[in-house]
Each structure stands twice: as structure tokens, then as C-alpha cells.
Write a protein that binds this ligand. Structure first.
Ligand code: ZN
Length: 240
């Protein structure tokens, strides 16, 4: 049975930090989504591949994903090789998503940037029937991008206020990556005490832009169709 949305990113926890609220909201409405990590996160400063696999499995359960699949395309040097592209094309064709969510292809971490580019290209090539893999051609409607380290002006914002508790729980499932006063592992950008507060603040900022408490912003290379432009801007203060 196809998923509606396929979220694909370089490392376990990238999806949770970027678009988990949107996925939870989709699930609440009866939708189906899957998660794909392009690498096992084995080069991360904290934790190891096995720990991150367990954390990722737990986070996927919390979010209500249909599945979480981990490819092994090389953490700390994710390659946009034809071989990797074909693996991803076949996975997209197998799951037949209508939308793909991935990292914006301009970010601090080169793996995030490469993931965004690889996924964008694979989503397009998936629709070319003369590229043969083990599943028939399928092209998703659109690839949407979420911000990770850098923020980008969103094309639209999804209200994730109701999904925030679940989103927080899924992020906290990655205990090896985030702040833990008892951990003896080296500090990273993600593990410093203020990181999760900053992630939360970003969601507040995106939410404020559209007149709700929390939001997740997405960049799209083409704009979404809006059927009711009046309703689309309801909730703003006069003159905002
Ligand atoms: Zn990452």
C-alpha cells in the first residue's frame, strides 16, 4: 500500500528535527508516511550506528510511521553516485509517495546538502520509465524542503501546534545526540543545552509567521495551489 508522504534525509534525527510535526499531523488525519535515513549516522560524534538505529526505531513508533528504512550510502561523505541514485529511485518507486520531504540542498552539513540534491534528482528520475529498476516508474507530485541548520524563507508553513508534544517525544528518543548532563561523550552543536530550545524557537517563529503557536516551514520550487486565499490568512492580527 503506497505511502502519501516519504521523508528522506541523511541522518537518523534529521527528519525529526525538520518535519516531524507535519508527519504527525498527516497521520492524525488518517494519512500514511514512511521515513528513510540515507545513512546509519555512523560518523556522528556521539553514539554509534546501533544506538542510533534503536533510537530511530523508537522515534518512528512515536511518530506513527509505516516504516523506517535505513540505507547505507556513507555518513560523512554521502555520495551522489549513480548507484546510490538508482537505489533511491527504486525505493521511491516501491513506496509511490505523492510528496517527498527532504533537507534543503543548502546547509551547514555537506551530507544534508548532498541528501537534498540526491533526493531531488532521484524523485525526478523515478518518473522516467526507461530507467529500469525493479519497480515501475512513478513520479511524486512535488519535493518539499525543510531547513536544518540554516533557515530558509518558507514557501508555506504547516500548523503543527497540536503535534508538538509528539514531535518533542520523537526528538527526545535520540538520547545519544542531545543534551544529557550524565553523558561523558564530547559536546556537539546538537548536544549543547540550548539546542533543543533553539529548535523549539524555530517552530515558534514559523508558527508566528502564520498566526499559530508552532509551525514547520517548507520551501517548494513551485507554489502550492490555494483554493481559499481568505481562509489561508485567517488568524492574523489586523495589520500584522
Ligand atoms: Zn544530520
Amino acid at each position: 500500500m503506497p505511502v502519501d508522504i516519504l521523508a528522506i534525509a541523511a541522518h537518523p534525527d534529521d527528519i525529526e528535527l525538520g518535519c516531524a510535526g507535519t508527519l504527525v499531523r498527516w497521520k492524525t488525519r488518517g494519512g500514511r508516511f514512511g521515513l528513510v535515513d540515507l545513512t546509519r549516522g555512523e560518523m556522528g560524534t556521539r553514539g554509534d550506528a546501533e544506538t542510533r538505529r534503536r533510537e530511530g526505531t523508537r522515534a518512528a513508533e512515536i511518530l506513527g510511521a509505516e516504516f523506517r528504512e535505513t540505507l547505507d550510502l556513507g555518513d560523512g561523505g554521502l555520495s551522489k553516485s549513480r548507484e546510490n541514485e538508482l537505489a533511491l529511485i527504486d525505493l521511491i518507486r516501491r513506496e509511490k509517495p505523492r510528496l517527498i520531504l527532504t533537507s534543503f540542498p543548502e546547509d551547514r552539513h555537506p551530507d544534508h546538502r548532498r541528501a537534498g540534491e540526491l533526493v531531488t534528482d532521484a524523485a525526478f528520475y523515478s518518473g522516467l520509465r526507461k530507467i529500469e529498476t525493479s519497480h515501475p516508474a512513478h513520479r511524486p507530485q512535488q519535493t518539499l524542503y525543510f531547513s536544518t541548520a540554516y533557515t530558509h524563507a518558507p514557501t508555506f508553513v504547516v500548523d503543527v501546534t497540536e503535534a508538538m508534544e509528539t514531535r518533542r517525544a520523537a526528538i527526545r528518543a535520540f538520547t545519544s545526540q542531545f543534551h544529557d548532563p550524565a553523558s561523558a561523550e564530547p559536546q556537539t552543536v546538537l548536544s549543547q543545552a540550548g539546542f533543543l530550545a533553539a529548535i523549539e524557537a524555530r517552530a515558534r517563529h514559523f508558527g508566528f509567521m502564520v498566526g499559530v503557536e508552532f509551525g514547520e516551514g517548507f520551501v517548494s520550487r513551485r507554489p502550492p495551489r490555494v483554493d481559499d486565499p481568505v481562509a489561508a490568512f485567517e488568524g492574523f492580527e489586523p495589520g500584522f
